[in-house]
Design a protein around this ligand. Structure first.
Ligand code: ADP
Length: 161
Protein backbone atom coordinates (compact mmCIF):
# COMPACT_ATOMS: atom_id res chain seq x y z
CA UNK A 1 0.00 0.00 0.00
CA UNK A 2 1.45 3.36 -1.06
CA UNK A 3 0.76 6.05 1.53
CA UNK A 4 1.70 9.73 1.20
CA UNK A 5 1.31 12.89 3.27
CA UNK A 6 0.55 16.35 1.86
CA UNK A 7 1.44 18.83 4.62
CA UNK A 8 0.78 22.56 4.89
CA UNK A 9 -0.87 25.37 6.78
CA UNK A 10 -3.89 25.46 4.46
CA UNK A 11 -4.98 28.82 5.90
CA UNK A 12 -7.32 28.38 4.07
CA UNK A 13 -7.35 25.71 1.35
CA UNK A 14 -7.24 27.10 -2.22
CA UNK A 15 -8.01 25.63 -5.64
CA UNK A 16 -4.23 25.35 -6.09
CA UNK A 17 -3.99 23.06 -3.06
CA UNK A 18 -7.00 21.10 -4.33
CA UNK A 19 -5.35 20.55 -7.69
CA UNK A 20 -2.31 19.04 -5.95
CA UNK A 21 -4.59 16.91 -3.74
CA UNK A 22 -6.49 15.48 -6.72
CA UNK A 23 -3.30 14.72 -8.64
CA UNK A 24 -1.53 13.20 -5.61
CA UNK A 25 -4.57 11.11 -4.66
CA UNK A 26 -4.38 9.60 -8.14
CA UNK A 27 -0.82 8.47 -7.56
CA UNK A 28 -1.15 6.70 -4.20
CA UNK A 29 -3.49 4.34 -2.37
CA UNK A 30 -3.97 6.69 0.56
CA UNK A 31 -3.25 10.41 0.95
CA UNK A 32 -3.18 12.15 4.32
CA UNK A 33 -3.61 15.89 4.25
CA UNK A 34 -1.76 17.07 7.33
CA UNK A 35 -2.73 20.50 8.63
CA UNK A 36 0.18 21.97 10.50
CA UNK A 37 -0.62 23.36 13.92
CA UNK A 38 2.08 25.96 14.44
CA UNK A 39 1.56 28.20 17.41
CA UNK A 40 4.21 30.67 16.18
CA UNK A 41 2.49 31.25 12.85
CA UNK A 42 -0.50 33.56 13.07
CA UNK A 43 -3.33 32.01 11.12
CA UNK A 44 -6.68 33.45 10.08
CA UNK A 45 -8.48 30.17 10.80
CA UNK A 46 -8.14 27.66 13.66
CA UNK A 47 -6.78 24.17 12.89
CA UNK A 48 -10.33 22.81 13.32
CA UNK A 49 -11.72 25.31 10.82
CA UNK A 50 -8.92 24.58 8.34
CA UNK A 51 -9.52 20.81 8.63
CA UNK A 52 -13.27 21.35 8.18
CA UNK A 53 -12.81 23.44 5.01
CA UNK A 54 -10.56 20.77 3.48
CA UNK A 55 -12.92 17.93 4.44
CA UNK A 56 -15.78 19.69 2.70
CA UNK A 57 -13.63 20.38 -0.37
CA UNK A 58 -12.39 16.77 -0.76
CA UNK A 59 -15.76 15.12 -0.25
CA UNK A 60 -15.98 12.35 -2.82
CA UNK A 61 -12.24 11.66 -3.04
CA UNK A 62 -12.35 8.40 -1.15
CA UNK A 63 -8.66 7.78 -0.48
CA UNK A 64 -8.04 11.13 1.24
CA UNK A 65 -8.04 11.72 5.00
CA UNK A 66 -7.59 15.12 6.67
CA UNK A 67 -5.78 15.38 10.00
CA UNK A 68 -4.05 18.07 12.03
CA UNK A 69 -0.62 17.54 13.54
CA UNK A 70 2.00 19.36 15.52
CA UNK A 71 5.61 18.28 15.87
CA UNK A 72 7.93 16.83 13.29
CA UNK A 73 6.47 15.96 9.91
CA UNK A 74 8.59 12.84 9.48
CA UNK A 75 7.37 11.54 12.85
CA UNK A 76 3.81 11.93 11.61
CA UNK A 77 4.77 10.13 8.37
CA UNK A 78 6.23 7.24 10.36
CA UNK A 79 3.10 7.05 12.51
CA UNK A 80 0.84 6.59 9.49
CA UNK A 81 3.40 4.49 7.58
CA UNK A 82 3.80 7.02 4.75
CA UNK A 83 6.83 6.72 2.48
CA UNK A 84 6.35 10.00 0.60
CA UNK A 85 5.81 13.68 1.37
CA UNK A 86 3.98 15.56 -1.39
CA UNK A 87 4.69 19.27 -1.94
CA UNK A 88 3.59 21.72 -4.60
CA UNK A 89 6.03 23.88 -6.59
CA UNK A 90 4.52 27.11 -7.86
CA UNK A 91 7.41 29.29 -8.90
CA UNK A 92 11.14 28.71 -8.97
CA UNK A 93 11.52 30.60 -5.69
CA UNK A 94 9.48 27.84 -3.96
CA UNK A 95 12.24 25.44 -4.95
CA UNK A 96 14.81 26.82 -2.54
CA UNK A 97 12.79 26.30 0.63
CA UNK A 98 11.26 23.04 -0.59
CA UNK A 99 14.65 21.57 -1.50
CA UNK A 100 16.01 22.59 1.90
CA UNK A 101 13.07 20.98 3.72
CA UNK A 102 13.38 17.86 1.58
CA UNK A 103 17.08 17.53 2.43
CA UNK A 104 16.46 18.04 6.15
CA UNK A 105 13.66 15.48 6.18
CA UNK A 106 15.84 13.04 4.24
CA UNK A 107 18.62 13.50 6.79
CA UNK A 108 16.25 12.75 9.69
CA UNK A 109 14.45 9.93 7.93
CA UNK A 110 16.26 8.56 4.83
CA UNK A 111 13.42 6.18 3.93
CA UNK A 112 10.92 8.96 3.31
CA UNK A 113 11.02 10.67 -0.11
CA UNK A 114 9.77 14.16 -0.96
CA UNK A 115 7.82 14.38 -4.20
CA UNK A 116 7.43 17.83 -5.76
CA UNK A 117 4.46 18.33 -8.07
CA UNK A 118 4.65 21.32 -10.38
CA UNK A 119 1.60 23.57 -10.03
CA UNK A 120 -0.87 23.65 -12.88
CA UNK A 121 -0.31 26.89 -14.80
CA UNK A 122 -3.68 28.44 -13.95
CA UNK A 123 -3.10 27.95 -10.23
CA UNK A 124 0.57 28.82 -10.00
CA UNK A 125 -0.10 32.39 -8.81
CA UNK A 126 -2.50 31.36 -6.04
CA UNK A 127 -1.45 31.30 -2.40
CA UNK A 128 -3.51 31.44 0.78
CA UNK A 129 -1.95 34.76 1.73
CA UNK A 130 -2.65 36.40 -1.66
CA UNK A 131 -6.26 35.28 -1.42
CA UNK A 132 -6.69 36.72 2.07
CA UNK A 133 -5.18 40.00 0.91
CA UNK A 134 -7.38 40.21 -2.19
CA UNK A 135 -10.47 39.45 -0.10
CA UNK A 136 -9.56 42.19 2.36
CA UNK A 137 -9.88 44.68 -0.53
CA UNK A 138 -13.20 43.19 -1.60
CA UNK A 139 -11.77 41.53 -4.76
CA UNK A 140 -13.50 38.57 -6.34
CA UNK A 141 -11.75 35.34 -5.27
CA UNK A 142 -14.47 32.96 -6.45
CA UNK A 143 -12.25 31.28 -9.06
CA UNK A 144 -9.41 30.72 -6.61
CA UNK A 145 -11.08 28.98 -3.65
CA UNK A 146 -14.07 26.69 -3.08
CA UNK A 147 -17.35 28.56 -2.44
CA UNK A 148 -17.57 27.63 1.26
CA UNK A 149 -14.05 28.99 1.79
CA UNK A 150 -14.86 32.23 -0.02
CA UNK A 151 -17.89 32.71 2.24
CA UNK A 152 -15.85 32.03 5.37
CA UNK A 153 -13.16 34.57 4.41
CA UNK A 154 -15.70 37.28 3.62
CA UNK A 155 -17.46 36.58 6.93
CA UNK A 156 -14.16 36.77 8.82
CA UNK A 157 -13.25 40.17 7.33
CA UNK A 158 -16.73 41.51 8.15
CA UNK A 159 -16.40 40.35 11.76
CA UNK A 160 -12.98 41.96 12.07
CA UNK A 161 -13.81 45.30 10.50
P1 ADP B 1 0.85 28.74 1.29
O1 ADP B 1 0.54 29.55 2.51
O2 ADP B 1 2.15 29.13 0.63
O3 ADP B 1 -0.29 28.59 0.33
P2 ADP B 1 0.79 26.04 2.51
O4 ADP B 1 1.67 25.71 3.65
O5 ADP B 1 -0.66 26.06 2.79
O6 ADP B 1 1.31 27.38 1.86
O7 ADP B 1 1.10 25.09 1.27
C1 ADP B 1 1.23 23.71 1.39
C2 ADP B 1 1.86 23.14 0.14
O8 ADP B 1 1.03 23.42 -0.98
C3 ADP B 1 3.22 23.71 -0.21
O9 ADP B 1 4.01 22.65 -0.75
C4 ADP B 1 2.94 24.72 -1.29
O10 ADP B 1 4.03 24.88 -2.17
C5 ADP B 1 1.77 24.05 -1.99
N1 ADP B 1 0.91 25.00 -2.69
C6 ADP B 1 0.32 26.09 -2.18
N2 ADP B 1 -0.40 26.75 -3.11
C7 ADP B 1 -0.25 26.04 -4.28
C8 ADP B 1 -0.71 26.21 -5.63
N3 ADP B 1 -1.43 27.25 -5.96
N4 ADP B 1 -0.36 25.28 -6.54
C9 ADP B 1 0.43 24.24 -6.18
N5 ADP B 1 0.91 24.03 -4.93
C10 ADP B 1 0.59 24.91 -4.00
Amino acid sequence: MHIAVYPGSFDPITNGHLDIIRRAAGLVDKLYIAVLVNKQKKCMFTPQERVGFIEQAVEGIINVEVVSYDGLLVEFCKKVNAKAIIKGLRVITDYESEAQMALINKKIEPDIETVLLVATENYSFISSSIIKELASYGSDISEMVPTHVQEAIVKKWREES
